[in-house]
Write a protein that binds this ligand. Structure first.
Ligand code: SF4
Ligand code: SF4
Length: 64
């Protein structure tokens, strides 16, 4: 279970500091989520925090 950032990402950086498992990094072209450590915020928040703050929304951060 993990979320994934799509090509819609505009590299705003808003998601990075919100991740409770520090799974988000600034990749070479768009931001990236480490599928090995992303837990979709289960056990931390009621909903994925990266998606909650993303200005693009659910076309930018999707279920992997
Ligand atoms: S869903 Fe939660 S754990 Fe996964 S990358 Fe987004 S903020 Fe981090
Ligand atoms: S909040 Fe959305 S647009 Fe901004 S860096 Fe993260 S995934 Fe990309």
């Amino acid at each position: 279970m993990a979320m994934k950032i799509t090509e819609e990402c505009i590299n705003c950086g808003a998601c990075l500091p919100e991740c409770p498992t520090t799974s988000i990094t600034e990749g070479p072209s768009i931001y990236l989520i480490d599928a090995a450590t992303c837990v979709e915020c289960v056990g931390h928040f009621d909903a994925p925090q990266c998606l909650a703050v993303c200005p693009i929304g659910d076309t930018c951060i999707v279920k992997a």
